[in-house]
Design a protein around this ligand. Structure first.
Ligand code: GLY
Ligand code: MN
Length: 459
């Protein structure tokens, strides 16, 4: 937890920005897996963590912007609870650690909400992403789960995005800690993978590094020889000489700030010649994107530069033809790079995706609907304090290739015969995390090997 002053300061700013009404911020509860007492790993809501730092289930925060009243609702343990869970600090003790001195049991919240409603006060809440929170809003406010998103407060969303998007020095230190652990996860995988292993053996070793550092994963591990499937969570393949292994994995610290890195390495000791060629196209796009990072640059342009670099590299190798700027304008490169170059990162690995990419990554600007560009999560002008990933890649997705080829799509830009020969290639990417500084950008955490030579040296 940061010092209580950090949380007091953050809430003060939030209350000033929202300006009127009640801010209702429910934390997360335990979530049952197959019966009530057998729960998923508990993860606190990130906005709740940001303003209250309290990493425990079943707490609800109530901020009154008119008189600065700050209340935490939660139940103290009964003796029955203590028998099973041990003695824990009281809600009052916990709340005072973050500068809140008014607490009540959960069953008192309804009377505060009723009074606010009687006085016609606006009640601001965020779009809920958990069913339990939707039920809570229904019980407290009578809002149907299907309407909870549209009735949520845009004012509150924008106020929170405008704070959480700008990382402070103490947050950056925490993120760097997460990235350093993440680098160790990737090094462990690069050093242990051998032909004949199952993907899950590598995933398990990667997870162990995160757990042993005191935190956990920042998102489900992608550890696969089928790197062309972007969010591939299947770990059942046996890895073989000649395969390329793609690991996309990250740690979050005890305070839940995360890291997110990707690496691609040969299952054998060396990349094959054809793997090297494609890998270097992805790496060139990665470096081209990094070279543009500074305040005032639009991340959409960073992404388009990465796309152009992929297209030019693929043209040089004979996969594409014609004018590559035109090809990118029309979206032909998306056959090989159908996703975005990066996303904001912080307490969430896709930071605040629950509040809406249109505010977090687009500052309210509309998103493209073009295949490829529509998957770009970050497109706004970069500002100091923004933390995000850089992760272009090159992928050969058999179903996409078959579909576009059968439609004779982009025949002026794509050499379909050449593409056909690589349908079983898979995919590759590198991913690193950056912060925008006053003048440029800084790599977060220690470097992860990414040139062919440096990656092979780890094998
Ligand atoms: N690391 C997973 C993702 O960025 O979607
Ligand atoms: Mn990522």
């Amino acid at each position: 937890m940061f010092t209580k002053e950090t949380y007091i300061e953050r809430r003060k700013k939030l209350i000033e920005t929202v300006g009127a009404g009640i801010i209702l911020l429910p934390g997360n509860g335990e979530s049952p897996m197959n019966y009530t007492d057998n729960t998923y790993h508990f993860r606190q809501d990130s906005s709740f963590l940001y303003y209250f730092g309290l990493d425990h289930p079943d707490l609800i925060a109530f901020l009154d912007t008119d008189n600065g009243k700050e209340i935490i609702f939660g139940n103290d343990l009964t003796v029955d609870d203590i028998v099973w869970m041990g003695v824990k600090p009281t809600i009052g003790e916990r709340a005072s650690q973050v500068g809140i001195y008014e607490t009540y049991p959960l069953d008192k919240l309804a009377s505060f909400i009723d009074e606010a409603q009687r006085k016609k006060r606006e009640i601001h809440f965020l779009p809920p992403y958990r069913a339990e929170t939707k039920v809570l809003l229904f019980e407290l406010l009578g809002i149907k789960p299907s309407q909870a998103k549209e009735k949520s407060s845009l004012k509150l969303v924008k106020a929170i995005v405008n704070q959480r998007n700008y990382k402070t020095a103490e947050e950056l230190a925490e993120i760097e800690k997460a990235v350093d652990i993440t680098v160790d996860m990737h090094l462990a995988a690069m050093r242990m993978a051998r032909p004949g292993m199952k993907e899950w053996e590598i995933a398990a070793a990667v997870h162990e590094v995160a757990l042993a550092a005191g935190g956990n994963l920042s998102f489900p591990i992608i550890a696969t020889i089928n790197g062309e499937t972007l969010h591939n969570h299947y770990h059942g393949n046996t890895i073989q000489e000649g395969d390329m292994f793609l690991l996309d994995a990250g740690a979050e610290t005890q305070m839940h700030y995360g890291g997110d890195l990707s690496s691609t390495f040969p299952v054998g000791k060396r990349f094959t010649e054809r793997q090297k060629e494609i890998y270097n196209v992805a790496l060139a796009a990665h470096e081209a994107a990094i070279s543009m990072l500074k305040p005032g640059v639009s991340f959409r342009d960073v992404h388009l530069k990465a796309c152009l670099t992929v297209a030019e590299g693929m043209k040089e190798l004979g996969f594409m033809k014609g004018d590559m700027q035109e090809a990118v304008n029309e979206g032909a490169h998306a056959l090989f790079f159908p996703c975005g170059t990066g996303h904001m990162m912080g307490l969430d690995i896709h930071d605040m995706e629950n509040l809406g990419e249109e505010w977090v990554g687009y500052d309210g600007e509309p998103k493209s609907t073009q295949f490829g560009l529509k998957s770009l999560r970050l497109a706004r002008v970069l500002e100091p304090g923004f933390v995000f990933t850089i992760e272009p890649g090159v992928y050969f997705i058999p179903d996409l290739i078959d579909m576009w080829k059968s439609e004779n799509k982009f025949k002026d830009f794509i050499n379909w015969n050449k593409v056909e020969q690589y349908k079983d290639f898979g995919g590759c990417r590198n991913e690193e995390d950056f912060v925008i500084t006053g003048e440029g950008a800084r790599l977060l955490g220690k470097p992860l090997p990414k040139t062919i030579e440096d990656v092979e040296a780890e094998r």
